[in-house]
Structure formats: C-alpha cells, structure tokens
Design a protein around this ligand. Structure first.
Ligand SMILES: [Mg+2]
Length: 184
C-alpha cells in the first residue's frame, strides 16, 4: 500500500490570511515547492486536505476553489502531482446547500478516509502537515503521524494534545519525514 503526506493548504502551502477564491492571488510559502518535490521523490502521494467554509459563507464558489487548486498545481509543476480534497460545508454557512456540519470538515477525518480509499493508502504510514490543531486532530483520528507548523504570527489556539512534531519551516517538516523514513 502507498503512503501519503496530507497537507493543509492555507498557511501551510500557500499564504492566505482569509478566504481565497482568486487563483491570481495564490502565493506559495517558502520552501514548499522544493519540499513537495522531495516528498514526492521519496514515493509519497501528496494529498491536499482543506476546509473551504468560504463556499458555505457565499464568499466564492466550488469552481473558484478548483481554479485555485489548478493554479497551485501549476506553480508546483506537473511533475509533482497533487491530489485535492476540500470541504465546502460549514455549520454557520449562509448558503443553504452548504450550511451544515460534514464528516469531511476538519477536525473530522473524513477527507483522510476518502483519500485512503480512493488512493489505496496505508494511513499508519501517512503524515499530516498543518498549521492548526484541527489539522493535527484530523490526522491523529485517521491514524497518521502529525507535524504542526508553529509560525510567528499564527493565530494562537487552545492547546490540545501535542502533535508528534512541531516545526518552524516546511523544510524542517520534510527533514523529519526523511529521517523517519530512512530509520524506518
Ligand atoms: Mg491552515
């Protein structure tokens, strides 16, 4: 079975201070493109898992989310293919068809399970990299190892169970995975 790196999108791969529905505004964070290439060359599938409650709040539509993902793939390069899963639902949404809780919405692990089924993943060999505790909670629930970005200026969150690793850069996250794999 294959292993994957589950990647939060906003403020993990790309800069996003708020809702983003404009592909022209996609800006990659430092070290991400090189890091993704390295992870892919180690044999991991790369799976983006992102809550997009902006759809439920009527800020942009699913088509815009897909265009942002096309742009992200273009910036990363076609030789490093990404899989995308997003959750457009939010319980406080204003767009009726999306205004509900959903098993795909992190901290629930629904996107991880869907990807595991579709891509044939061994979740115990997978990792999650994200900047929020809900990313860690979702990954942990799915049985993955967890790496939390702790960047200066990141929203302080209620402290829950510690992640397996905490890093300050994408490069550090890749290095932790590389070492664990070579010790493996
Ligand atoms: Mg994030």
């Amino acid at each position: 079975m294959t292993a994957a790196i589950f990647l939060d999108r906003d403020d993990t791969l790309i800069s996003n201070g708020g809702d983003l529905g404009d592909p022209a505004a996609v800006v990659m964070l430092d070290g991400v493109i090189t890091g993704l290439e390295r992870l892919s060359s180690m044999g991991f599938e790369l799976v983006v898992v992102t809550n997009q409650g902006g759809v439920a709040r009527g800020r942009y539509g699913e088509k815009d989310v897909e265009l942002v993902h096309e742009r992200l793939q273009q910036l990363v390069g076609e030789t490093t293919p990404l899989h995308f899963y997003y959750c457009p639902f939010h319980p406080n949404g204003t767009v009726a068809e999306y205004a509900r809780e959903h098993p795909w919405r992190k901290p629930a692990p629904g996107m991880f399970y869907a990807a595991a089924q579709q891509l044939g993943l061994d979740l115990s060999r997978c990792w999650v990299i994200g900047d929020q505790h809900r990313d860690m909670d979702a990954g942990r629930s799915a049985g993955c190892r967890t790496i939390l970005f702790s960047r200066p200026g990141t929203r302080a969150e209620e402290r829950r169970k510690d992640p397996d690793h905490t890093v300050k850069s994408f490069e550090q996250a890749v290095e932790i995975i590389r070492r664990a794999e070579s010790d493996g």
